[in-house]
Write a protein that binds this ligand. Structure first.
Ligand SMILES: *Cc1c(COP(=O)(O)O)cnc(C)c1O
Length: 457
């Protein structure tokens, strides 16, 4: 054998047939396997040029690692142990079983998406959801687009492009990740007419702003913050009455949109999606994947005249829902007709009794305490609804604080996050917390396995 380390590097075909890689090879697409080999050989050639040394075990280890990483999908199922129910980075609302199955069925077969089976004629893809949306909102008609941002854009565009929309300065909010009301308004082609001040806006402020160019009054639900102290806002009833008096439509961006009254679950100040229209607003807008517990979508409900205008807007084609989301939304709406808190995961989580969380947490902590170098302690804590909803209100919960010998909180959180089944925890005051409120009971075994994986050797 030559002493030239480059010459010792195995060929692609030798690596393809390397005994240590055969199990992996049988489960990995061939192209990906070959690409990983080429990339790893490049890296090793580079390393040889720097160190002059070649080691076969290192190459095989690195290759094994690279193939596994490349074969792992970027978007994976994770265990959400943060206690944040609507976690935007984790896909917000997990679907109810039947809603997920409806999306699955729609995905893998042809569906009657735009066909009326009784007449054989073409029909609207919105037929499957319109009645359900009217039922939960009390609207005359309803439609849906990709998300609430899209709902706001298309509603404002259809009603107010080139004209003025009156909004309180106290409601010019940023919802998170580039959703700012002034910018959304501009994107819709409407002109923003700000009234009032940050803390005080009166009905007279709106009234004096109304003129021949006014196309709508917009109320934005400030879901993710509160202003305390000396404040005054105009209720949706008053705004609706003002709109009627001047014949100007009133749009209510309800944001989180709870279909059920959350006071029974301990929350206050979160209006239901029925309230806006019942109070006289012309349109209500909200997200389908926040408190409704459905797929990502933006719902628009209210006066038929405006819904028809929105459905006719050419932009609708660009913002419309796909067949899988439509199927999931239709199924979610059916659950709202029956027993939403029993069947919709996010409502189930919000409603989980503290005692149940305590029992589950004690049992998990006991298992962790048997593991080498790990320590778990159960205590009281707080869970959040998240997704910009009910920002200043928390749910009492039970948390498990875990520690690993000789490891910092951030290192431990990272280890959990990067395990085979990623586990998302909350790092708070130097402690790694697991909140089982957002962990599905059928994920607990996987959670135990992930934690067992990180015990000390
Ligand atoms: C969350 C939210 C939105 C944005 O909804 P997406 O569905 O994420 O586009 C808009 N308005 C309010 C008031 C919200 O809370």
């Amino acid at each position: 054998m030559s002493n030239n380390p480059y010459r010792q590097l195995p060929s692609v075909s030798m690596l393809l047939d390397h005994p240590r890689l055969q199990t992996l090879r049988s489960t990995t697409p061939h192209d990906l396997f070959v690409e990983a080999i080429r990339l790893e050989l490049d890296t090793h050639r580079q390393a040889i040029s720097e160190t002059g040394i070649y080691a076969e075990t290192q190459l095989i280890d690195a290759l094994d690692n690279r193939i596994r990483t490349m074969a792992t999908p970027r978007c994976r199922t994770v265990i959400n142990a943060t206690g944040i129910v609507l976690h935007t980075n984790l896909g917000r609302s997990p679907l109810a079983e039947c809603a997920a199955r409806a999306a699955y069925d729609a995905a893998r077969r042809y569906t009657s998406l735009e066909l009326d089976l009784s007449t054989g004629e073409r029909s609207s893809r919105l037929n499957s959801i319109r009645d359900g949306l009217c039922r939960i909102t009390g609207g005359e008609s309803a439609t849906a687009v990709n998300n609430c941002a899209a709902a706001t854009v298309i509603a404002l565009r259809s009603i107010a492009a080139g004209k003025d929309v009156v909004v309180s300065r106290g409601q010019l909010v940023e919802i998170g990740g580039n959703f700012r009301i002034p910018e959304i308004l501009t994107a819709s082609g409407a002109r923003l007419r700000e009234v009032g001040t940050t803390n005080i806006t009166r009905l007279s402020d709106y009234e004096s702003a109304i003129g021949p160019n006014t196309a709508a009054l917009l109320r934005v639900h400030c879901s993710n913050f509160r202003i305390r102290g000396f404040t005054e806002t105009v209720s949706i009833e008053e705004l609706a009455a003002l709109g009627r008096k001047h014949n100007v439509p009133v749009i209510d961006d309800a944001g989180s949109g709870s279909a059920i009254d959350l006071t029974s679950l301990g929350f206050h100040d979160e209006p239901t999606i029925r309230e806006g229209l019942a109070a006289g607003a012309d349109l209500v807008l909200f997200s389908g994947d926040k408190l409704l517990g459905g797929p990502q979508s933006g719902i628009i409900a209210g006066k038929k005249k405006w819904i028809d205008a929105i459905d006719r807007d050419p932009l609708m084609r660009a913002l419309r829902l796909d067949k899988m989301s439509l199927a999931a939304l239709a199924a979610t709406l059916e659950l709202h007709r029956a027993e939403p808190v029993r069947f919709i995961p996010i409502l189930q989580m919000i409603a989980t009794p503290l005692e149940e969380l305590r029992l589950r947490s004690m049992s998990l902590a006991a298992k962790i305490n048997l593991m080498n170098g790990l320590d778990a302690e159960v205590s009281d804590g707080e869970s959040y609804v998240g997704g910009g909803s009910l920002a200043d209100q928390v749910m009492p919960t039970i948390v498990i604080a875990i520690e690993r010998r000789g490891m910092s909180d951030y290192e431990l959180a990272k280890l959990l996050r990067t395990s085979a089944t990623p586990v998302l925890s909350r790092v708070q005051n130097g402690r790694v917390l697991l909140d089982l409120r957002t962990v599905f009971p059928d994920q607990e075994e996987e959670l135990v396995a992930a934690i067992r994986h990180i015990e000390c050797p």
